[in-house]
Design a binder for this molecule. Structure first.
Ligand SMILES: Nc1nc2c(ncn2[C@@H]2O[C@H](COP(=O)(O)OP(=O)(O)OP(=O)(O)O)[C@@H](O)[C@H]2O)c(=O)[nH]1
Ligand SMILES: Nc1ccn([C@@H]2O[C@H](COP(=O)(O)O)[C@@H](O)[C@H]2O)c(=O)n1
Length: 228
C-alpha cells in the first residue's frame, strides 16, 4: 500500500542551514530535497527563458521576482505527484506562498531562527562549487582538499553577497518578506520554529519532530521515480 505523501517547506535567512538540514532530512526520511537555488542554477545553465531572466537578478544579489519563481517551480512540484518532498528556499514571499497553497497542501513548515552573528560567520566562510551548488564551510564541513570540490576537484568560489557588507541588506529583506509567510503558516498550525547557533544541536529536534510525522522512509513504501 502507498504511504501518504508528505510535503514540507524549510525557511530561514541566508546561511541558516536550510540546505545542510535538508540534506539530512532527505537522507534520514527519504524526502526528495528540492532546492529553489538549484532549480534556478539549472535553468541558468540551460539558458531557459526563466533562467536568463533570473540570472539578471541573482548577479545583482537581488531576489528573483515572484512571477518568475512561481513559473519555474510550480510546474515541477505539480509533476511530483508520487513523491514526498521538502522544498528549500521557496516560498519566500507571501505571493509565492499563496501560489504554492493553490497547488498543494503542506503538511509541515520548518523555520530556522539563527542569530545574525552566526550567519555572518558562517557565510563569510562559505565556499561553493559553482557547477553543482555543493556547499562547504571551512570550519564545519571543509572540503577534503582546500579550495577544491570533493567530487569534481574543481575550484570553489565565494559569493560577494555572502560577505558581511551585503549580508545586512539581505537579512533585512528576508525579515520583511518572510514575516507574512511565517504568520500565514503559523495561522495554519503547521509552523515549527527552531532556534540555535549550531546545526548539530538543532538537528536532533527536527529529527524527532519528523519521526512523529513520517512513520517510515517513503521510498520503501512508494515507487521511486527519478526527477524528469
Ligand atoms: N560553523 C558552522 N557552519 C555551518 C553550520 N551549519 C551549516 N553551516 C555552514 O553554513 C553555511 C550556510 O549553510 P547552508 O546550508 O548553505 O545555508 P542555507 O540556509 O541553505 O543558505 P542559503 O543558500 O544562502 O539560503 C554553509 O557553508 C554550511 O556548511 C554549523 O552548525 N556551524
Ligand atoms: N525563492 C528564492 C530563492 C532563491 N532566490 C535567488 O537564488 C539565489 C541562490 O539561492 P540559494 O538558496 O541557493 O542561496 C539567491 O541568492 C537569490 O538571489 C530567489 O530570488 N528567490
Amino acid at each position: 500500500m502507498m504511504a501518504k505523501l508528505f510535503r514540507a517547506v524549510i525557511m530561514g535567512p541566508p546561511g541558516s542551514g536550510k540546505g545542510t538540514i535538508s540534506e539530512r532530512i532527505a537522507q534520514s526520511f527519504g524526502l526528495k530535497h528540492l532546492s529553489s537555488g538549484d532549480f534556478l542554477r539549472e535553468n541558468i545553465a540551460a539558458d531557459t527563458e526563466a533562467g536568463v531572466l533570473a540570472k539578471t537578478y541573482i548577479e545583482r544579489g537581488l531576489m528573483v521576482p515572484d512571477h518568475v519563481m512561481t513559473r519555474l517551480l510550480l510546474p515541477r512540484l505539480e509533476e511530483m505527484t508520487r513523491h514526498s518532498w521538502l522544498m528549500d528556499g521557496f516560498p519566500c514571499t507571501l505571493t509565492q506562498a499563496k501560489a504554492l497553497n493553490s497547488t498543494c497542501d503542506l503538511d509541515l513548515v520548518i523555520s530556522l531562527n539563527i542569530p545574525y552573528e552566526t550567519l555572518k560567520d558562517r557565510l563569510s566562510d562559505r565556499w561553493i562549487h559553482p557547477g553543482s551548488g555543493r556547499v562547504y564551510n571551512m570550519g564545519f564541513n571543509p572540503p577534503r582538499v582546500q579550495g577544491r570540490d570533493d567530487l569534481s576537484g574543481e575550484p570553489l568560489i565565494q559569493h560577494d553577497n555572502d560577505q558581511p557588507e551585503a549580508l545586512v541588506a539581505r537579512l533585512r529583506h528576508y525579515k520583511d518578506v518572510a514575516k507574512p509567510v511565517i504568520d500565514l503558516y503559523k495561522s495554519k498550525g503547521i509552523l515549527h520554529t527552531f532556534s540555535g547557533t549550531e546545526t548539530d544541536k538543532i538537528w536532533p529536534y527536527i529529527n524527532s519532530l519528523l519521526s512523529t510525522k513520517i512513520p517510515s522512509r517513503p521510498e520503501t513504501d512508494t515507487q521511486h521515480i527519478p526527477l524528469p
